[in-house]
Design a protein around this ligand. Sequence first.
Ligand code: ATP
Ligand code: MG
Length: 460
Amino acid sequence: MKRRNVLAFDPQGHLVSQLSEVVAGDQTLHCVDSLAAAKKILSRDHCSVGLIVLDAPTAQLQEEIERLIAGAPTTEWIGIVSPKSLESREFQVFILNAFHDYHTLPIVPQRLAMSIGHACGKARMRLSLVSEDATAGRFGICGTSPVMVKFFRQLEKVINAELPVLIGGESGTGKELVARAIHNFSSRSGKPFVVVNCGAIPTNLIQSELFGHEKGAFTGAAQRKIGSIEAANGGVLFLDEIGDLPLGMQVNLLRVLQEKAITRLGSTLSIPVDFRLVAATHVDLQEAIRAGRFREDLLYRLNVIHLQLPPLRERLGDVRLLAETVLKNFASGTQRRKVSGFTSEAIGAMEAFQWPGNVRELINRVHRAVIMSDSKMITAADLGLGGFVQENQGVTLEAARASFERDIIESSLRANGNNVSKAAQQLGVSRVTLYRVINKFNIELSSKVSSPIKAGVCRA
Ligand SMILES: Nc1ncnc2c1ncn2[C@@H]1O[C@H](COP(=O)(O)OP(=O)(O)OP(=O)(O)O)[C@@H](O)[C@H]1O
Ligand SMILES: [Mg+2]
């Protein structure tokens, strides 16, 4: 049974013991007394339910809580509120807008447990919709194009199949990312993931790298060394660029796959190993067999399941999503936060480009553009794709609407000195809705928006 995380933000810490009695056996409770700690947990683990203890919170704290809630769209929130707070009309609006449910103090364990149970169910439904949703991709891999949706379906079947997998695809298409997903999402995730790049190790060292050696096995073997295959015991061994494995070593690998045991160099002891083999290649191994560089019997062993990653030019529909994801991840870790998106001409140019270096090239171009860009929006020229700007490029209604929505929100925030409450009022939406759109468009809010919570309330 999968455990569910339940976050509880209890600023005074009065309810911790009561709450821990309320959560069910399959739920893990994380109690925090500060918003900073709550954010930290949400960034690390998915929480199905968030409980927030509220006793007449200040407007400032309400705003902070709204931001926390908007930042965790697949968590269901329950307010645990004092009867006194509910007397305020403003507070009632806050509860209605921001929370899935509320529970009036004192805690009635059975009723709260039921409410948490419902919220867990709702969160599970929401999460399954989001992970299947066309907004991101699956298994930490971006993609919503038909070829990638098909790929995800295959990957899903492969993950727990326990058979060797061979991943093919041009350079930079995400082969290592997929190998890691096979490890991370399988039952071996708690065990090692060991990567060996067969093309990067000198031929004379590869045997000891894979199989390990005993002290004194050869000149220079001063210590015993555990090889990569042994190190992957219980987990996944990822042999990258398997096409570069020397022929002699291919025989040894074949033997390991048959016997499920290794012998360290300089030893005669056979050590049993249990690992799942995932291999990747950017070359055509059938061709390598014809050229006498690869053993056919090894290919049959490796190729029990074959996953082929399509080149980026065959999934240009994913380019925008990939570029925006890369920008979001990169800009948040740099000083260049002011760069917040791409001009439509830049998107058009990216969708017209053939991407010989695939996703890795896209990442490099976006990173460089973030550094080089002089304005808030990255242009085709910033990406080095000035020659790919399309004439009379059609703008979809959806793109035009999004651009208009974004502009109007930015101008309203500017007009209201970045005060989200005032902007929300002016635009006729709730603050929670506005925060959601701000997150969606990655609009940068300066620290002026909300001042830090009072020290007495929050003990981070
Ligand atoms: N669909 C994707 N979504 C998000 N990131 C991706 C995707 N595909 C690739 N990447 C990223 O692109 C980069 C290159 O991917 P990766 O190293 O897995 O490619 P590769 O196929 O192993 O390339 P090579 O053949 O050159 O070793 C990595 O930073 C990876 O995280
Ligand atoms: Mg690779």
